[in-house]
Structures are given as structure tokens and as C-alpha cells.
Design a protein around this ligand. Structure first.
Ligand SMILES: *[C@@H]1O[C@H](CO)[C@@H](O)[C@H](O)[C@H]1NC(C)=O
Ligand SMILES: *[C@@H]1O[C@H](CO)[C@@H](O)[C@H](O)[C@H]1NC(C)=O
Ligand SMILES: *[C@@H]1O[C@H](CO)[C@@H](O)[C@H](O)[C@H]1NC(C)=O
Length: 419
């Protein structure tokens, strides 16, 4: 996904005032009368499971220690484009139809030393010889400066490409795209780390994984400084206490786990569990939240913070930002992926029913959790349900290639049509 900085005047003061009481019930300790700002930072391929956050001390100090850290935050598709589209729309990939990465996109997106950026409809500009994280930091601070001079609350989104691997379109050979380890900023070249033992892999592979892991941490150092620069500027301008800062990644990453080479797209913990930190007015500092949350909850959360009514088509729900939040959480996470990758990354879907399955399976009954559904009285019901199976797998979202569509069945079709 293209690195980008976006900014928008988010809402007018009257719109905020009309729903302010809702916000206040969620964020009881909020002192501020002025509508809050939102700064959203999303890294690319950053893991939680492999401990990358431990190596970004500024992010720990400014975000983890000053806000709430979500220990169980998951993406709903472990691949950039579908994940980001789900994040910004609050909808699962099978509802956005963006289920994979497809051209056209700028081939220099992931070129660390020659990134290409485009503003609105202006021609793209390439920054040969400059590190992409330095470029985006400068641009983010520029947008922030514009935002700070205005009267209205603002939203700034910053999407650095680190620690995604480096893609060099200049080295395009017969074997396709060349993706190498991420390239650190010069000032972080000597940053050291360790990697777990990978007993099933030979020494050259371990060395390579170690190199790859260290390169990712080095690439993240620039993001650490980017966050520091944003926080410092907000603090100088007296806006820090009135700004929510959200930090996350588009998907996680594995390096050698499950004997896989570096990569993502799978349903494994390494790929789907990502960092999520939120600090801002009314949010307690240094709190860990264990509720299960996902990327499709972020757009609803931003709407709630901004005092906007949720959209009807959101699949997600606003996440709890204070320990007192009463919001009902999802009981499960729907992770999906259609495309090239290992079999473990492919999950079968049954339409919108995967968001609130019990309402569809037991419309008239008091079943609201897996525990309720396991009660003996429902055994016969489940025994009679059709078994799910599939004959082929396609690299895309093709409804005819999907398994039984329970929601469709409610429109009158028999199971024979679907199985
Ligand atoms: C996704 O595709 C389905 C089937 O073609 C279509 O009905 C639906 O409107 C599409 N959704 C979006 C958000 O484009
Ligand atoms: C840098 O990117 C531009 C395209 O944006 C390309 O024309 C140019 O050749 C690239 N430079 C190098 C050294 O790859
Ligand atoms: C390890 O395995 C890789 C891939 O099969 C091979 O290229 C490499 O030579 C091996 N290295 C050692 C030290 O056995």
C-alpha cells in the first residue's frame, strides 16, 4: 500500500456538540471542551508477536506508557490492501470485495531510497537518495503544521512503509519483483538484536532470518523518531492533551516460524496480531487492555472519538478505551484471505453471518456465545446443519467458488444449490 499522509478537517463544532454527551459517557475523565484531534500512524508489516515494539523506546514512552495497549488486536486479513481497506471502511474483506493486492500501484512504493509520493492530483514526485521514512516524517510534520494553524479539529494519517521489505523495481528480473530486507536509515545501521533459535532451519537460513529481523528493527527506528517528532510538535503547540494518537500496523509478520520464509498473509498469530496503542483525552496512561479487537473496529472507534454516528454498514464496533467501557466485545475474530499463500491462510466464509453468527443461527433463542451454543439442547440442530466442504480454491473472491452461503439460504434457495 502506498505510503501517504492524509489530512482532513474532520467535523464542525455543532456536529460534535450534539453527540458530546455520548463521548463523555465513554471518556468520563475527559476535561476538554474543544473537539479532539486525531493522529493515526500505521506501519507496514509490523509484528507484535516477534517483539518489535521492545525496540522502539520512543513509541513505548509516548504511546504505550501514556495510553492503552491492546494485547489482543487482530487484523481481519493479513495483507496490506485488503487489511487497510477493511480498516478504513470498518468492513470485512468479503464485504468490501478488496481481498488481495492488485496492480496498478506505484512500483516505487517500497523502494526505501527512491520512494514516490503524490499529493492529490499532482504528478508523483520521486525522492531518489532520500530515505522514505525521513521523507514521510518531513511531510507529516508539514501537514501537522498546516493543521495546527487552523481552528478546526484535525485528522492526520501517516503511513510509513517501514518495516516492509525493500522492493527495487530497477532490479526487476525474469524471476519477478526483487524484495530484499528493509533498508535502515544510516543512523540506525548498527542497531543490534537477536532472533529466536530456529532449530529446523539450517545455518544459512538462520543467518538470513537474523539479518532480516534486524533490518526490520533498524527500519523501524525511523518510525520511532517520526512518532517522537509528531508528539513533540503537538506538545509544543499545546494540542497534545487534546489529540488522540492511534498507532498500529496493517498486518503482522513471520520470519522462520512454522518453517516459513519471511512473509505474511497467513492466519497464524505472527501474521494477524499487531500492535495497537491509543493515547488521548480521558484515556488512562500505561493500561493494558485484553479485549479482543480488530481492524474493522478502528473506523467505528474514530467515529466515536469524533462524535459521529456509526455507519449502518460497519461490520466492526467501537473498541473500549477505558476499563469502565461497557461495550460488548466480539467473541471471535474473522480472519480471511483469498490469494496465493499457504493453505493455513485461507478461511471459508458464510457472508455477514460471521460478524454476529448467533443471531443468524439462533434467531429466536437465547444463544449469545459459543458456550451457550454448546449446550446439549442444540446438538440435534447442529447435527442437521450441512457440512462445509469445497472442491477448488480460487485466488480471489468469487461467490460461486465460496461454500454454502447461509444468508442466501434464508432467501429461499435450498442447500443443494450451495453445496
Ligand atoms: C461486492 O461484490 C458483490 C458481488 O458482485 C456485489 O453485490 C457488492 O455490491 C460488492 N460490494 C462492494 C462494496 O462493491
Ligand atoms: C527513481 O524513481 C523514478 C520513478 O519515480 C525512476 O524514474 C528513477 O529511475 C528511479 N531511480 C533509481 C535510481 O532507481
Ligand atoms: C541451507 O538451505 C538452503 C536452502 O535449501 C541452502 O541454499 C543452503 O546452502 C543451506 N545451507 C547450509 C549451511 O546447509
Amino acid at each position: 500500500m502506498k505510503s501517504s499522509v492524509i489530512i482532513a478537517g474532520l467535523l464542525s463544532a455543532p456536529a460534535f456538540a450534539s453527540v458530546q454527551h455520548v463521548l463523555q459517557s465513554v471518556l468520563r475523565t475527559s476535561q476538554s471542551a474543544k473537539p479532539p484531534n486525531i493522529v493515526f500512524v500505521i506501519t507496514d508489516d509490523q509484528d507484535l508477536q516477534l517483539d518489535s515494539v521492545s525496540y522502539t523506546p520512543l513509541i513505548q514512552r509516548h504511546l504505550q506508557e501514556k495510553g492503552v495497549s491492546f494485547r489482543n488486536h487482530f487484523v481481519t486479513t493479513a495483507l496490506c490492501c485488503p487489511s487497510r481497506v477493511s480498516l478504513w471502511t470498518g468492513r470485512q474483506a468479503h464485504n468490501t470485495n478488496v481481498t488481495d493486492v492488485h496492480p496498478p500501484y506505484d512500483p516505487y512504493t517500497y523502494s526505501y531510497q527512491n520512494a514516490t509520493y503524490q499529493r492529490n492530483q499532482d504528478p508523483p514526485v520521486s525522492y531518489e537518495g532520500q530515505h522514505t521514512v525521513d521523507v514521510i516524517t518531513e511531510k507529516a510534520l508539514g501537514f501537522l503544521e498546516d493543521a495546527l494553524t487552523g481552528e478546526r479539529p484535525f485528522f492526520v494519517g501517516v503511513a510509513p512503509i517501514a518495516p516492509h521489505s525493500n522492493v527495487d523495481p530497477g532490479a526487476l528480473g525474469q524471476s519477478g519483483l526483487v524484495m530484499s530486507a528493509p533498508i535502515p536509515l544510516d543512523r540506525h545501521r548498527n542497531f543490534v538484536s537477536w532472533i529466536r533459535d530456529l532449530p529446523k532451519q539450517n545455518q544459512s537460513q538462520i543467518d538470513y532470518n537474523d539479518f532480516f529481523y534486524r533490518s526490520r528493527l533498524q527500519a523501524l527506528q525511523g518510525v520511532d523518531e517520526l512518532v517522537d517528532a509528531l508528539v513533540t510538535r503537538l506538545e509544543e503547540s499545546d494540542q497534545l492533551d487534546n489529540t488522540y494518537i492511534i498507532y498500529t500496523s496493517d498486518n503482522g509478520f513471520h520470519i522462520g516460524q512454522h518453517r516459513l520464509p519471511p512473509g505474511k498473509t497467513c492466519g497464524f498469530e505472527e501474521d494477524i496480531r499487531v500492535p495497537l496503542f491509543i493515547r488521548g483525552p480521558g484515556i488512562q496512561a500505561g493500561v493494558e487492555e485484553n479485549s479482543v479487537t480488530t481492524h474493522i473496529d478502528l473506523a467505528p472507534t474514530i467515529f466515536q472519538l469524533a462524535g459521529i454516528q456509526p455507519r449502518e454498514d460497519f461490520d466492526g464496533t467501537a473498541i473500549p478505551l477505558t476499563p469502565q467501557s461497557k461495550a460488548t466485545r466480539h467473541e471471535h475474530v474473522t480472519v480471511e484471505y483469498r490469494g496465493k499463500g499457504v493453505a493455513e491462510g485461507t478461511f471459508s466464509q458464510i457472508g455477514a453471518t460471521c460478524i454476529r453468527p448467533w443471531e443468524v443461527l439462533h434467531p429466536a433463542e437465547q444463544v449469545s456465545s459459543l458456550r451457550d451454543a454448546l449446550d446439549d439442547q442444540h446438538d440435534l440442530f447442529y447435527h442437521d446443519l450441512p457440512r462445509v466442504s469445497f472442491d477448488w480454491c480460487d485466488d480471489g473472491y468469487l461467490i460461486e467458488a465460496e461454500g454454502p452461503q447461509l444468508t442466501q439460504n434464508h432467501y429461499g434457495g435450498s442447500w443443494d444449490i450451495w453445496v
